[in-house]
Design a protein around this ligand. Structure first.
Ligand code: PGA
Length: 244
């Protein structure tokens, strides 16, 4: 179980070209290994690929190709040698108004081109306060995973990211994360007959709390935002989560 954990670094829209060179220099000596995926801004993707890191994109568009200025397709991403795509991040859902339907189309096209999907789901603070967490997660899962083949599920990791925990230095208790992961696995098993889908946790994962979070028995890894942009912090997280 332990050895299958993955750590995904979501750098979001951070770091300048010079920072990336510096970052690569810092992580270069420390062979990150097979279980770490780095998702930099798209323009930096080739730098990481060149050094043989496992790379993911933070988003892609659901059309195969065409006149969609500023977008990138799953086909293009796959043609470069990228292996993962984050789909449905709460910042995409929120700031860019991505609907459950858009996210489903992105999941489908990502799988079509042979990429692994990291599907983000999570409730907002308001939904949590209204006790709607279970309902929201269920809706997000059922909609995102429509129209898939049975074998597609082997290529999906779900990232549970409570929106209120992202970038806030606040995390749910280990017990709450564990219960929510069980719930998510249960939904996928009940509605799609797929057992034990891997679920990773994201939201204020840091070099300070990784030891504690890593003790959650059913967590399959972590999606790290802010802390992934600092090589030293990210290496510490990787060390604890996957390099035991
Ligand atoms: P954070 O972001 O680690 O900065 O909270 C996580 C994410 O948005 O994936």
């Amino acid at each position: 179980m332990e050895s299958k954990k993955i750590v995904v670094g979501n750098m979001k829209m951070n770091l300048l070209a010079g920072d990336i060179s510096e970052y690569l220099r810092k992580i270069n000596s420390s062979n990150l290994g097979e279980q770490v995926v780095i998702c930099p801004s798209n323009i930096y993707v080739p730098y990481f690929l060149k050094q043989s890191y496992k790379v993911g994109v933070q988003n892609l568009f659901f059309r195969d190709s065409g006149a969609y200025t500023g977008e990138i397709s799953a086909a293009q991403v796959a043609s470069l040698g990228v292996k993962y795509a984050i789909v449905g991040h709460s910042e995409r859902r929120g700031y860019f108004r991505e609907s459950d339907q858009d996210i489903n189309k992105k999941v489908v096209v990502t799988l079509k081109y042979g990429l692994e999907v990291i599907l983000c789901i999570g409730e907002t603070a308001e939904e949590k306060n209204l006790l709607k967490t279970a309902r929201v997660l269920k809706r997000q899962i059922l909609n995102a995973l429509r129209n898939l083949e049975e074998t597609d599920f082997d290529h999906i990791v779900i990232a549970y990211e409570p929106v209120w925990a992202i970038g806030t230095n606040v995390t749910p208790t280990n017990k709450d994360i564990m219960d929510t992961i069980s719930y998510i696995k249960g939904i996928v098993s009940e509605y799609f007959h797929y057992e034990d889908i891997p679920v990773i946790y994201g939201g204020s994962v840091s070099e300070k709390n990784i030891k504690e979070l890593n003790s959650i028995p059913n967590v399959s890894g972590f999606l790290v935002g802010g802390a992934s942009t600092d090589a030293k912090k990210f290496l510490k997280i990787v060390e604890v989560a996957v390099k035991k």
